[in-house]
Ligand binder design. Structure first.
Ligand SMILES: Cc1ncc(COP(=O)(O)O)c(C=O)c1O
Length: 387
């Protein structure tokens, strides 16, 4: 992998504060387009579940929505029970984005080097945040060897092995954004073993992992040893991102450190969030089931359209998004801006995750079949205009 930069890609580098705090460049590209209103939205990596809040709340908001007293709100116990671990092994926070900070602080041994290896391609906050904790980030690669590869994508073990003597933690994302591919089982075991041997902590962003629940790909990192921390939330698989609820699971000692980090950095969680999560918690199987149905309905249609355009593609085995190399080696960002946007179509250029993915776009297939078919017609037109 080379480190060439791209204006939309994560800003890696050394410790950052003040004017050097890096922007998340892709937010500036994506959010204005999303909020302007999109006719055909293929940009979503998260499932937009139609939660019925008035049904969940029995018609009206609980009177104690903002009160911290009354019924206990032991959210770590809710997570622990669902994941089959002791409550002492869970700390909750505001989404994966905040929980990554708590997890990294717990993963780095006291006095260890302030260098962190981060997986590329990646969601920019997941690879940039260690810089704000005074760390230098160094990238390692889990992706295609060639621009047209469609997966499974493999860990660059050699590159990573060279770094392990000089970093205190590794940050990985599985399933990965934008590819949707879970880390292969043999790579995961290798990474866990190599890090244990080198005394390096692992922080795994598993925000998409629940799409694999009940399959052999459901292998949370916290089951791989005391040095591993899993970070997850209700954002992507459950459609509850705006509530900002996430958690870290690890050993009791690491979670004790993460909990103290939470108290230092955040003091407490948002109480209305906890009360709303409590209402939704017994129903978490519903979004998982509906998103799987959507995959069964929508993915074959996408494959048909791709085949019609001569695009050979292997979707990731689970989830509702993946990334696809565009025909003719064209630049995905340009194609989206110049060809897709006039069609009312929004997809994600994968340079948002790594400069090496300039030819790939991320497509989501989690919409309702009616919406998806309409978006697919626009996507078909888009591909036709590229060739
Ligand atoms: C890999 C990854 N992690 C985390 C997040 C955000 O998670 P949360 O809303 O729980 O902070 C995203 C959102 O795009 C993501 O792609």
């Amino acid at each position: 992998m080379d480190d060439r930069e791209h204006p939309l890609s994560p800003n890696l580098g050394g410790p950052a504060s003040g004017a050097a705090v890096p922007p998340v460049d892709y937010f500036d590209w994506y959010f204005p387009r999303l909020y302007a209103g999109v006719e055909h939205d293929l940009s979503q990596s998260g499932f937009q579940h139609p939660w019925d809040w008035s049904a969940l709340a029995g018609g009206s908001l609980p009177d104690d929505i903002c009160s911290q007293f009354g019924e206990p709100l032991d959210a770590n116990v809710w997570v622990a029970d669902r994941e089959g671990v002791a409550p002492e092994r869970v700390v909750v926070g505001h989404g994966v984005t905040q929980c990554l900070t708590l997890a990294l602080l717990a993963a780095m041994e006291e006095g260890s080097s302030r260098r962190v290896a981060v997986e590329m391609p990646s969601y920019a906050p997941a690879s940039q945040f260690p810089r704000l904790l005074g760390c230098e980030v160094v990238p390692f690669w889990r992706g295609p060897a060639h621009s047209g590869d469609t997966g499974p994508w493999l860990l660059d073990r050699e590159g990573l092995a060279e770094m392990l003597g000089d970093v205190s933690a590794v940050v990985t994302t599985t399933p990965q954004n934008p590819t949707g591919w879970t880390m292969r089982a043999d790579d995961q075991q290798w990474l866990a073993d190599a890090c244990a041997e080198a005394g390096v902590g692992i922080v795994a962003d598993e925000v998409y992992l629940d799409s694999t629940r009940g399959t052999p790909d459901h292998r949370p990192f916290f089951t791989y040893g005391e040095h591993c921390l899993s970070v997850n939330s209700l954002t992507k698989c459950y459609g509850l991102g705006t509530l900002r609820f996430g958690w870290v699971i690890g050993s009791e000692a690491r979670i004790s450190a993460a909990t103290r980090a939470m108290h230092n950095l955040q003091s407490m969680l948002s109480i209305p969030t906890l009360r709303l999560i409590k209402l939704a918690w017994p129903h978490l199987a519903e979004p998982l089931a509906l998103s799987r149905r959507r995959r069964e309905q929508n993915l074959p249609l996408l494959l048909e359209v791709l085949a019609e355009h001569g695009i050979d593609w292997t979707p990731p085995p689970s989830g509702i998004f993946g990334c696809i190399a565009l025909p003719g080696d064209c630049d995905a960002q340009q194609a989206i801006e110049q060809v897709a946007e006039p069609l009312g179509l929004l997809a994600i250029p994968c340079t948002m995750f790594a400069p090496q993915l300039a030819n790939q776009i991320r497509i989501g297939w989690g919409a309702s079949p009616e919406e998806f078919q309409q978006s697919l017609a626009a996507f078909d037109e888009f591909l036709g205009r590229l060739t």
